[in-house]
Structure formats: structure tokens, C-alpha cells
Design a protein around this ligand. Structure first.
Ligand code: SF4
Length: 345
């Protein structure tokens, strides 16, 4: 059997590759970056919601399975530049900075993931202009390194605000969808801050709290055990407070129906999820249908969410929409099984 190609080395791709190897299929794992692990490794995620387990432990276990398996051929810093459908499978061209080669593969799993929304597009929040306005991934890095300080002066912040739905549920930036994870990750970050630094006050500004299913438990705990304060409302603008050393969040408390103006030492933007550049590229190369949001569209989102509807092309993880790691891992397994069945028949 020709190898089954897995494109993308994040949680879904790692899961698909290890599952294919467990099924006995030769596997070719291709990642455009120089490392495996996807966004959690790239941005140094700290603890994962809702179990507060270190991301390194979770991703590390996936990496161990893949790196310890001789049946998985790993190709880093490599991109797919061409894909042609053959009689059973695809002829693909893989390119590195200085070489390219053609390979025949029996089936393909597309696990090309997501990119974080670029918060500079929400100019009013001051990201990129005020150093103490950071986004999700930057705070993750600080928590991971145990270095919670204001970028502007290296001092520990006394009061932090999280602003939810940045680049999500927002027609102005063309992103009407919900990012699914922004609420629970913000709550997790606030809990992590309060665990490590109980003297820091944490405020979360929200439109709705969407901690679906069992994740609601962390929401309750965050209020009852960690004293995190939730304010329903919108921040309209972030400016520098008088003196310039603090940030001023101006907006509206929509429960009390009154304007608010609160100084903070640091503001964290819960930036949403968008289809990654790699996802857009493979959509074009394979001709996978793309929805209005830019993510890949499975043939049947309810009964077969890992089938693209194209011969031998299967989908997994956040390439089809915002997704948590456990869901990405599960889809990686499902796509691997479907790809194996296709390649074997
Ligand atoms: S998950 Fe929460 S932060 Fe993300 S878009 Fe939905 S409501 Fe907003």
C-alpha cells in the first residue's frame, strides 16, 4: 500500500498519524512548520481548559506516539504544492526550501488547522498600539513561562480584564461565527492567574458565556472559588488612562444599562479562530468545498463529518471549524479509519 498522507502536525494530524500506524498503514506526516504540535506548541499554551492539565503533557503524549513509531515518516518544513487524482489515490508534490519531490499516496487526511484572529483588525482595542493590550496566545505564553508581567514595564499587573468575542460574532470584521473556546479559555486563564497570583483582580467582559456541556463547571468555580468578576457588556474602546501608565476600558454594562469606564493594568483579548493559510491552500489544491466562513466543508456534517465527498480525501480538526483539542483528536481517529478503509478497498 502507498502511504496515507496526513497534512498538518497539530493535535488532529498527530492523532490521525498515530491511529493510521496502529492500523498498520504506512503513514506520511507532512508539516509546514519546523516542529510538530501545532498551535499549542507554537504559542506555548499553558494549562488546558477545563481540566487545567498542562498542554505539554497532552501534546507531549501525542508527540511521543508519533515520534516513537517507525511506520510514520515525518516531513517538517515541507509544503504540498500540487495534488493530482490518480486511479486510486493521489500523486502529490512536496516542497522544502531547496528541493521538491513527487510521491504517490493512497489517501489524504487534511488536518491543517486554524489561525488565531489578528487582533490588530479590531483597532479600537489598541492591540499593537498599547503594549499592555495582549491577546490570548501571548498570555498563554506568559502563564506557561510563569512570567505574568506587563509588557510595558515588566511589573506585575494588579487588575486584568478579559474581552471576549474579539474577531468572533462580529459582522464588522466579517466573522459572524462563535469561536466555541474563547469563553472557557478566558475563564481558564483568569483561574490560572488567580491560582498563581491571588492578589491580581480578574474581570471578564462578555456578551454571553458559552461554556457548553460539562465545561460550565469551570465557570461556576471561577466565580465561587476564585472570585472572578463577570460584567455583561461591550468594551467600545481602549485608550490610555490619565498619566499613560494604565489602560482605560470604555464601554457599557448591559445589565445595569449604564456606561462604564474602568482602568486596568492589562487587557487580554479573546481572539477568535479563523481557517489557517494552510487550510485555504489545501482547499484549492484538492478542490474541497469551503463554507462562507473559510473552513473546509464535510460532505455530511451530521452523519460523516470527516468525509470531504472527494475520493480519498478526509478531514479532521479545526480545518472544518473551531474545535477543542479532544474533538480534534477524535476526528483525527475517525478520519484515519476512513482513509485506511478507502486505501485498503
Ligand atoms: S466562545 Fe465565547 S468568546 Fe468565543 S465567540 Fe463564543 S461567546 Fe464569544
Amino acid at each position: 500500500m502507498n502511504p496515507i498522507l496526513v497534512l498538518g502536525g497539530g493535535p488532529a494530524g498527530l492523532s490521525a498519524a498515530s491511529e493510521l500506524a496502529a492500523l498498520g498503514a504506512p503513514t506520511l506526516l507532512v508539516e509546514r512548520e519546523s516542529y510538530l504540535g501545532g498551535n499549542p506548541v507554537r504559542w506555548h499554551y499553558s494549562l488546558l481548559a477545563p481540566d487545567l492539565r498542562p498542554a505539554e503533557e497532552v501534546i507531549g503524549a501525542l508527540l511521543e506516539r508519533v515520534e516513537g513509531d517507525a511506520r510514520i515518516e515525518r516531513r517538517l518544513s515541507t509544503t504540498l504544492t500540487k495534488a493530482e487524482l490518480g486511479s486510486h489515490g493521489y500523486r502529490v508534490t512536496l516542497a522544502t526550501a531547496d528541493a521538491s519531490e513527487t510521491r504517490d499516496v493512497a489517501a489524504v487526511v487534511l488536518a491543517t488547522g486554524f489561525d488565531h484572529f489578528d487582533s490588530r483588525r479590531k483597532f479600537e482595542y489598541g492591540y499593537g498600539r498599547f503594549p499592555d493590550v495582549v491577546d490570548f496566545k501571548e498570555l498563554e505564553g506568559m502563564l506557561h513561562d510563569n512570567k505574568l508581567v506587563r509588557p510595558s514595564d515588566g511589573q506585575r499587573p494588579h487588575r486584568i480584564a478579559w474581552v471576549l468575542c474579539v474577531g468572533s460574532r462580529d459582522l464588522q470584521v466579517g466573522n459572524p461565527w462563535c469561536c466555541r473556546l474563547g469563553c472557557v479559555v478566558s475563564i481558564k486563564q483568569a483561574v490560572e492567574v488567580r491560582q498563581k497570583h491571588p492578589e491580581v483582580d480578574a474581570y471578564i467582559y462578555y456578551m454571553d458565556i458559552r461554556t457548553y456541556g460539562l465545561w460550565e463547571d469551570l465557570y461556576w468555580k471561577s466565580m465561587q472559588e476564585y472570585g472572578i468578576k463577570f460584567i455583561r457588556g461591550r468594551i467600545g474602546a481602549v485608550t490610555l488612562a490619565e498619566g499613560g501608565s494604565r489602560l482605560l476600558a470604555t464601554g457599557e454594562d448591559t445589565i445595569l444599562s449604564r456606561p462604564t469606564e474602568v482602568p486596568f493594568d492589562m487587557i487580554v483579548l479573546a481572539s477568535g479562530m479563523e481557517a489557517s493559510a494552510g487550510t485555504k491552500q489545501v482547499a484549492e489544491l484538492f478542490g474541497v468545498p469551503v463554507g462562507p466562513e473559510g473552513f473546509l466543508t464535510p460532505r455530511l456534517t451530521d452523519l460523516n463529518p470527516v468525509d470531504s465527498g472527494l475520493p480519498g480525501v478526509f478531514l479532521a480538526g479545526a480545518a472544518t471549524g473551531p474545535k477543542a483539542i479532544p474533538d480534534a483528536v477524535t476526528e483525527g481517529m475517525g478520519a484515519a479509519l476512513r482513509a485506511y478503509q478507502y486505501a485498503r478497498d
